[in-house]
Design a protein around this ligand. Structure first.
Ligand code: FE2
Length: 354
C-alpha cells in the first residue's frame, strides 16, 4: 500500500481503502480500479492524495534482484536486466505521455540486456521462475525481445537480423501505451468493445514506429502483424500464410510463449514445458510456423535439464533427460526413482522452481 498523488498516473491503480466525501458519503470503495473519470471526480472533491495497492504484477528492482540472486544468476546479468527494466519503464511511460523517442534510445537499452542474456542462460531460465515481479508490459517487452533474438540465432540468421529481431520483439507491444490502462489491467474477461480496443495496439504500434526516427517499414509491420496467425484467424488484417513476413511469424511465437509463461493480472502462470506444449499444439493446428516452433521447443526443453520442477500431482522432481521425439515430456527424477513423462500421460510439469 502506498500514497499516490491524484493525477493521471493514478489510472489503472487499485484503491487500498474506501474513500469518503467530507460529508461521510462513500465516494469510491476499496479495490476500485481507478479510471480517468475517477481522477476527475477526486480532484473535484479536492482529494489530492489516495492510498493505492501495489499493482498485482508490479515489483521493485530490489525484489527482482533478490530473487535472481537466490537463483544463482550472474550478478552482472541481473544488474543489466534490472537496469534495462527501469529504463524501459521510463521510456515507455514517455511514449504514453505522447513523446516518440528515437529508435536508438530503445535499441541501446535492449542491446545491453540481450548481450548479457545470451552469455548467461541462467537469466533466461530465471525469467520464468520469478514470482510476480514487475509490471507486465515492460517485462514482456524485454522478454519477447530476448526470445526473438534467441529464435533468430537458432535459425542461424545473420547478426544484423538477430539484432533486428531483438528490437522488433522489444517494440512489438509499444502501441499498448495508447490503450487505456484500466482496460489493460482489468481483472477478468474483457467485453467485446474492450477487446476491440486492446486489438488496436497493433495499429497504434505500427503508426508509432513508422513515425519514429530510425524506424523502418518492416519494424513497424512486426508490431502490426504479431497477432496474425498462418490460418487467417489472427488480427488486425486476418492475413494468411506467406502474406505474414517470416519476422512476424517469429514474433508471434515469442509473444505467445512469454504470455503463457508470465504472471498475468488475471491468469495463473504456466510452466515453460506446458507453454512449449501449447505452442506445439498451435503449430500442429496450422496457426504457427511449425519449423520454427519445433526448433524453439527443443531448445527450451534442453535449457531446463537439471532444473527442479513441480508436477501436476504436487511432487517435486529434477529434469534429467530431454527426449528427441517429445521434448516437452522429459525423463525426471523424484526422490531416488526415475519417471518417464512420455509414459505418464496424466502428469504434466506444472511449474519450474529452480
Ligand atoms: Fe501484442
Amino acid at each position: 500500500m502506498s500514497l499516490a498523488p491524484v493525477d493521471n498516473s493514478l489510472v489503472g491503480r487499485m484503491l487500498a481503502v474506501d474513500l469518503y466525501t467530507d460529508n461521510g458519503i462513500l465516494l469510491l470503495p476499496q479495490d476500485t480500479i481507478i479510471t480517468s473519470a475517477h481522477v476527475q471526480l477526486l480532484q473535484k472533491q479536492r482529494i489530492w492524495e489516495v492510498e493505492v495497492q501495489q499493482l498485482l504484477s508490479e515489483g521493485t528492482g530490489e525484489q527482482i534482484t533478490t530473487q535472481l540472486l537466490e537463483l544463482d544468476a550472474d550478478e552482472e546479468t541481473i544488474a543489466a536486466y534490472v537496469q534495462a527494466l527501469d529504463k524501459t519503464r521510463s521510456l515507455f511511460d514517455q511514449v504514453s505521455q505522447n513523446g516518440t523517442p528515437h529508435l536508438e534510445q530503445f535499441s541501446d537499452i535492449f542491446c545491453e540486456v540481450a548481450e548479457q542474456s545470451m552469455k548467461q542462460l541462467g537469466l533466461f531460465r530465471s525469467l520464468y521462475v520469478l514470482e510476480g515481479a514487475d509490471s507486465y508490459t515492460y517485462r514482456h517487452s524485454l522478454n519477447v525481445g530476448i526470445l526473438c533474438s534467441l529464435i533468430a540465432r537458432l535459425m542461424k540468421w545473420s547478426e544484423d537480423r538477430i539484432t533486428f529481431m531483438g528490437t522488433a520483439g522489444f517494440l512489438h507491444d509499444l502501441g499498448k501505451m495508447k490503450v487505456p490502462k484500466e482496460i489493460l489491467l482489468k481483472p477478468g474477461k474483457l467485453t467485446e468493445e474492450e477487446f476491440t480496443q486492446v486489438q488496436k495496439h497493433t495499429i497504434y504500434g505500427y503508426e508509432m514506429i513508422k513515425e519514429m526516427v530510425g524506424g523502418s517499414e518492416l519494424l513497424a509491420l512486426c508490431a502490426l502483424l504479431h497477432h496474425e496467425r498462418l490460418d487467417g484467424t489472427g488480427y488486425p488484417e486476418r492475413r494468411n500464410g506467406n502474406d505474414i513476413p517470416i519476422e512476424c511469424q517469429v514474433l508471434a511465437i515469442a509473444d505467445m510463449f512469454d504470455a503463457i509463461c508470465s504472471d498475468r493480472v488475471y491468469k495463473e502462470r504456466t510452466s515453460p514445458f506446458e507453454a512449449a506444449q501449447l505452442l506445439w499444439k498451435e503449430a500442429c493446428n496450422g496457426k504457427l510456423n511449425i519449423e520454427i516452433v519445433s526448433q524453439f521447443v527443443r531448445y527450451i526443453a534442453l535449457l531446463y535439464v537439471g532444473a527442479r520442477a513441480r508436477l501436476s500431482n504436487g511432487e517435486e522432481v529434477e529434469v534429467i533427460l530431454i527426449h528427441q521425439d517429445e521434448p516437452m515430456r522429459p525423463l525426471v527424477r523424484r526422490s531416488g526413482e526415475f519417471v518417464d513423462l512420455r509414459y505418464e500421460r496424466k502428469l504434466t510439469i506444472e511449474k519450474m522452481i529452480g
